[in-house]
Design a binder for this molecule. Structure first.
Ligand code: ADP
Ligand code: ADP
Length: 226
């Protein structure tokens, strides 16, 4: 599992300060939920980790190494990312979608490995040849999670991964991801606007407001406070 540290991380877009000097350490093996109102900086914070966003000031350390000095392609291989809008390529099969990350670094995933990844997210390995449009929304996001795990990551980043799913599917996939977090020895960071989901899945809840972290609590402490 990866460790992370943010040191004075600020991000400005023209007139907006999306992140206002974030200092934060995340222990290996934590499951962290980032909650807060829309526009509070959650996505921006997540994206500074795998360099989808470059900070204006400060730095992000992944396993003690400044990510700004890393090769983004190699670093993203060991960092799984699950997108809110899933983002499967519609013209590519489930197997091709899962294998896209490794393929970008010149590695092929065998049929067995694809089947194993599908099993991890409770999908039938026989689905490997299907197109995304033949799958339900929940099945598509399971493929999104399998794709994020394809490079054997030590860090899993998820941006509102279950927001578009119905409540039953959301709970099932959330529980599955929590199990995988343990089983695959991951450090996991999940952006969500759903406090109930954060309290159930995470062991640390960070609340953001105006580009700052305004609360940093265990689910137990937050539940008692209500
Ligand atoms: P959240 O994920 O909490 O909804 P974001 O990190 O997406 O918040 O956004 C934080 C702030 O930065 C918002 O005010 C948003 O409008 C602004 N912002 C985010 N991305 C961009 C961008 N690419 N260009 C300009 N402003 C942006
Ligand atoms: P949001 O930040 O609003 O949640 P998404 O997470 O759905 O939006 O997607 C952000 C953008 O990144 C999308 O346009 C998506 O197509 C693109 N994207 C998809 N896969 C990757 C990838 N592996 N690396 C970088 N960008 C990607």
């Amino acid at each position: 599992a990866a460790s992370l540290a943010f040191e004075g991380v600020t991000k400005r877009y023209d007139s907006t300060r999306a992140l206002a000097g974030i200092d934060l350490a995340i222990e290996p093996g934590s499951f962290v939920a980032l909650v807060g109102a829309s526009g509070s900086g959650k996505s921006t914070l997540l994206k500074t980790i795998n360099r989808l966003v470059e900070p204006t000031e400060g730095r992000v350390l992944l396993d003690g190494q400044d990510v700004a000095a890393s090769d983004p392609t190699a670093m993203r291989r060991t960092t799984g990312y699950v997108f809110q809008r899933i983002g499967l390529f519609p013209h590519m099969s489930v197997a091709e979608n899962i294998a896209i990350g490794p393929r970008l670094v010149g590695e092929k995933l065998g049929e067995d490995r694809i089947g194993e990844l599908l099993s991890l997210v409770d999908l039938d390995p026989a689905m490997a040849g299907r197109l995304p449009e033949e799958l339900s929304g929940g099945q598509q996001q399971r493929v999104g999670v399998a794709r994020a795990l394809a490079g054997n990551p030590s860090l899993l980043l998820m941006d509102e991964p279950f927001g578009a799913l119905d409540p039953v599917t959301r709970d099932a996939l959330g529980t599955r991801v929590r199990d995988l977090h343990e089983k695959l020895d991951l450090t996991t960071i999940m952006v969500t606007h759903d406090m109930a989901e954060a309290l159930i899945l995470a062991d640390r809840v960070l609340v953001m407001d105006g580009g700052r972290i305004v609360a940093d609590e265990t689910p137990q402490a937050l539940s008692r406070g209500k």
